[in-house]
Design a protein around this ligand. Structure first.
Ligand code: ATR
Length: 284
């Protein structure tokens, strides 16, 4: 019997993950009938055991989502430079000899998706990132790798933004990375990226005032469910360009697919399938 190639995604919770659909759809389109991708519900206290179990079972690789990305770093035998910079792992290769190689494809996914809707060169462009958690780290690292040099971080808890800005400023000398207190009005920026759950909690806070953004601004929210977050809704009402995080999700998966299989994910078919069969789509 031909060797099976088994992959999966771990998270807590996991039932809403679209990754199994995306990868299995790609296998089907490419006729890779010996490839399989499954969701695994792994609680934080079982992470190390789950990773050893996957290695023992001969699983070839896996993705990780909330809350495992940061904890996985310490469990890897080798780290890709981007995973080291971000301090989080979302894609793991389990080599035939059992070695665990950690990658982070979230930043790549973000930049690739951003490039589909924002073509301007990043140096000189004023960028504003809302949030200072794990997702903000991935976005910040990817933007800096693309040459961004004027970045403001704004976070509800300002200390976290100050720490993040200082850390990346040390790794990228010459770039202007500043933290500013959370304010009800956003500072002028050509590109605003929201990495927070702003306005989505049960007792939603008001979204910030967008009147200071230039007409040419793009507002990008890394969330894709709902497709139009309160922030994107407000931005669209002002006539600004908006995009949600579905493209980021697809492209981080496409990069993982390529790392594991050496083949390009059929992105157009995966995107079309997500829209037709899962009811999720981009805004552009
Ligand atoms: P993630 O990995 O998704 O970034 P995280 O590390 O928990 O998750 O970070 C969540 C981010 O969303 C933080 O920047 C958080 O702000 P605080 O550092 O002040 O907690 C931000 N956030 C969550 N709810 C928010 C809200 N209602 N308004 C503004 N920011 C919010």
């Amino acid at each position: 019997m031909a060797r099976m190639h088994c992959f999966g995604v771990i998270g807590d919770p996991i039932e809403h993950s679209l990754s199994p659909y995306m990868h299995n759809r790609a296998y089907a389109v490419l006729g890779m009938t010996d490839h399989h991708y499954l969701p695994f519900h792994v609680r934080p206290e079982n992470l190390a055991e789950a990773v050893l179990g996957m290695r023992a079972l001969g699983i070839a690789g896996f993705n990780a989502t909330i809350p495992h990305k940061e904890q996985l770093v310490a469990l890897m035998d080798e780290l890709d430079p981007m995973a080291r910079l971000i301090g989080a792992v979302n894609t793991v290769v389990i080599r035939p000899d059992g070695r665990l190689i950690g990658y982070n494809t979230d930043g790549y996914g973000f930049v690739t998706a951003l490039r589909e809707v924002f073509a301007a060169a990043l140096p000189g462009v004023e960028l504003l990132i809302l949030g200072a958690g794990g997702a903000a780290r991935g976005v910040l690292a990817a933007l800096l790798a693309e040459g961004a040099d004027r970045i403001t971080l704004m976070n509800r808890t300002q200390d976290r933004a100050v720490t993040l800005a200082a850390q990346f400023a040390a790794s990228f000398p010459g770039r202007l990375i500043t933290a500013q207190p959370w304010s009800a009005t956003l500072p002028a920026a050509r590109l605003v990226i929201n990495t927070t759950s702003l306005g989505m909690e049960p007792h939603a806070d008001p979204v910030p005032d967008l009147s200071g953004l230039p007409e040419s601004a793009l507002v990008y929210d890394i969330v894709y469910a709902p497709p139009l977050t309160p922030l994107l809704h407000a931005a669209r009402a002002r006539g600004l360009k908006v995009e949600n995080g579905l493209g980021m999700l697809i492209h981080q998966g496409a990069r993982a697919f390529e790392i594991w299989t050496g083949q390009a994910m059929p992105v157009a078919e995966v995107r079309q399938g997500l829209r037709a069969e899962r009811g999720v789509s981009s805004l552009f």
